[in-house]
Design a protein around this ligand. Sequence first.
Ligand code: SAM
Length: 290
Amino acid sequence: MLSYQHGYHAGNPADVHKHLTLIAVIQRLQAKESSIHYFDTHAGKGHYDLTDAQAQKTGEFAVGVARMVPLRERLVVNPIWAEFFAALDSANAAQTNRGQVIKTEQLRYYPGSPGWISRLRREQDRHTVFELHPAEHEVLSTLGETHTGRVVYGDGLQGVVKLLPPKTPRLMVLIDPAYENKTEYDDVASAAAKILQRCRHAVVLIWYPLLPAAKHQTLLARISNDIPMPVLQSEFHYQANSGERGMYGAGMLVVNPPWQLEKNITELMSPILAEYGEVAKLEQSWLVAE
Ligand code: SAM
């Protein structure tokens, strides 16, 4: 049974790094007109209320998205940050008398991955999202396809493979599990290999947590062994590794990354590192060489 619910973690520093990377990839892919099918294997509920009991219990958003809002003016010179804040303004339009920019005290809603992608999806693109948790799926389904893409209730890792190849010439797959089950690091690597066997040109984004037990090493070893395409690894370390428990950062793997993605992410993350003190760092390298 699934117990993880993203509402406890939505808008945390790992989400900010993940969603900025997602926007950067999509903006780069859309430099060409040809259509793209976006698949989101672990959608969550699509839209998060930061005043609800889950978000308030952990307060993780307070050190993530809420810490970004006062920095807006110097961040929005970058078009990816500009899109990030435009999405926040739009999600919080009811709080700000429409058309105004969001202030920290007005921040209430944070979009999930289906929302970030839906904002950027073009007429010619396709968008399919999977969710397996019944309650999360129910909320997601009420938002409407304009805000979520096509919603499928089911296992995203198996589901995406069955839908390949897509009818569009290009595809992007976001794989963002909760890693609740012991086998999930291996399952993600196996699914990524199958996706890339069917579609060598797929751009695949894989999120993973940085935890003291370092279980993500299984994922990294499998990907570097099984995937022959270039893989960019981007890790945001935002607190010290206590060596005991708790996430101290998160990583994104991007298979077949668009040109200059590494530089894009450096430019996005460098201006916010100081907010997390001396321990904070962005580590990027090629897990599989270009
Ligand atoms: N991608 C979302 C975002 O960025 O807003 C967050 C997703 S959350 C980390 C992981 C989600 O995957 C949870 O909602 C969980 O219920 C769902 N899930 C877990 N196993 C799944 C599976 N095999 N297939 C589809 N969804 C799954």
